[in-house]
Ligand binder design. Structure first.
Ligand code: C2E
Ligand code: CA
Ligand code: CA
Ligand code: CA
Length: 277
């Protein structure tokens, strides 16, 4: 089968063949996992400058029968390519809304938001708004406590349609956050027109904020921008007290990162932040 010379030999490259079959195995595992309830949510705290819990971000995990707990970086890209992100994203929304109801009735009493990541493909479904409202209604969750995290890549699609869809949900109380802010396609004029509530400063800028003057300048600019547009802002990926102090001094009001807590199951988050009796 190697008759075709150099170029065709590449086609039979065993490494490549292995990669292709690993991919299709992952795809069928994903399908199977969706049907068999192998996905779960972990929650990472978002805190204010005094370390008080403001809310949490829901992050999906896959409890694979053989491979153990698989992080989203290993399956979200494939889920997006195959369209499986649609049923998966829907499940995430429904599960997050159910958790929001549990928290509304439990120890976590102060106003609390729960953020859910929404991929571009998911948001662009014509029935997306109905899906969100349906999940809220079925669970009885308060729409005011739900935040949907979108990325700047959404701006590369039909912006008018994006704004209209966001407004439809905004009117019902659902909030929007722009995730990984600063890394992508963002025009300031769009930013002003989107019905946003929050910006999340990408972890990449926070990482070297103490050592890299450019990153510090970008963080400062994002904070000023958020203030002038009247948006909440969260710094992501805060790992050290040095980073925290620096961000605080710049006036950053909210933080997320390993310094305050890794993503954990709901009950673990509850225990960690339960008010003292
Ligand atoms: P993201 O939305 O930017 O989520 C934050 C990621 O940063 C999480 O990774 C979180 O564990 C990690 N992180 C938080 N604090 C720190 C820190 O202090 N240091 C470091 N090094 N990392 C930190 P995770 O859970 O692996 O998720 C990765 C990405 O997968 C997410 O990035 C998001 O883009 C995507 N993702 C996760 N859950 C969902 C989901 O339900 N739907 C969709 N569409 N995407 C999801
Ligand atoms: Ca996010
Ligand atoms: Ca992020
Ligand atoms: Ca990210």
């Amino acid at each position: 089968a190697k008759a075709g010379g150099r170029n065709t030999v590449r086609f039979f490259d065993p490494d490549m063949q292995a990669a292709v079959s690993a991919r299709s195995e992952l795809e069928s595992d994903l399908r199977h996992g969706l049907q068999h309830g192998e996905f779960l949510l972990h929650y990472q705290p978002v805190v204010d400058s005094a370390g008080r819990l403001l809310g949490a971000e829901a992050l999906v995990r896959w409890q694979h029968p053989r491979r153990g707990l698989v992080p989203p970086s290993e399956f979200i890209p494939l889920a997006e390519q195959t369209g499986l992100i649609l049923p998966l994203g829907r499940w995430v929304l429904e599960a997050a809304c159910r958790q929001l109801v549990v928290w509304a009735q439990s120890a976590v009493t102060r106003p609390f938001f729960l953020s859910v990541n929404v991929s571009v493909r998911q948001f662009r479904q014509p029935e997306f708004a109905e899906q969100v409202l349906g999940a809220l209604q079925a669970s009885g969750a308060n729409p005011e406590r739900l935040k949907l995290e979108l990325t700047e890549s959404l701006m590369a699609t039909d912006v008018e349609e994006v704004i209209q869809r966001m407004e439809q949900l905004r009117e019902r109380g659902v909030g929007f956050s722009l995730d990984d802010f600063g890394t992508g396609y963002s025009s300031l004029s769009y930013l002003k027109r989107l019905p946003l509530e929050q910006l999340k400063i990408d972890r990449g800028f926070v990482r070297d904020v103490l050592a890299d003057a450019n990153d510090a300048a970008i963080v400062r600019t994002i904070l000023a921008l958020a203030q002038s547009l009247d948006l909440q802002v969260v710094a992501e990926g805060v790992e050290t007290t040095g980073q925290l102090e620096f961000l605080r001094r710049l006036g950053c009001p909210a933080f997320q990162g390993y310094l305050f807590g890794r993503p954990v199951p709901a009950t673990v988050l509850e225990r960690a932040f339960r008010p003292a009796p």
